[in-house]
Design a binder for this molecule. Structure first.
Ligand SMILES: [Zn+2]
Length: 132
């Protein structure tokens, strides 16, 4: 039985591993089948890519930094004990949020460069470790 190339449709002989016309490996079968087979994972992957998209991470980190900054501001204004409590709560939320976003993006969003992902994991881990 002759196999058709999944990319260009050329007949590939049984003894050939590659398409003689375009060089696509025979094993790299129907490309339109792959999304179907992977669809549950692909759906989660898509959600992760949206939740941990560059825009959301940058926005989230800005909001978290704002929380930390406002917390510090409250402490400098209110010298009383509650100002320090508010600062530590807001600081914890801010650092935990940044750590969560960076760790999540580093682990789940494979659209980022591997070096960037490693940096995000290190930074996220550091921020979360600071909170704990
Ligand atoms: Zn081909």
């Amino acid at each position: 039985m002759v196999t058709k190339c999944s990319k260009c449709g050329t007949d590939i002989p049984d003894n050939a591993g590659f398409c003689p016309a375009c060089g696509t490996p025979k094993g790299a079968a129907p490309q339109q089948m792959q999304p179907m087979a992977q669809s549950p994972g692909a759906g989660l992957r898509g959600i992760a890519d949206i939740v941990f998209s560059k825009f959301i991470i940058m926005l989230g980190v800005c909001i978290c930094l704002l929380l930390v900054w406002i917390g510090a501001l409250i402490t400098s204004i209110a010298v009383a004990g509650w100002g320090i409590t508010v600062n530590s709560i807001m600081g914890s939320i801010g650092f935990a949020g940044m750590g969560f976003l960076l760790l999540g993006g580093g682990m789940l969003n494979n659209k980022f460069d591997p070096i960037v992902r490693t940096g995000m994991l290190v930074a996220g881990g550091f921020l979360l470790a600071r909170v704990i």
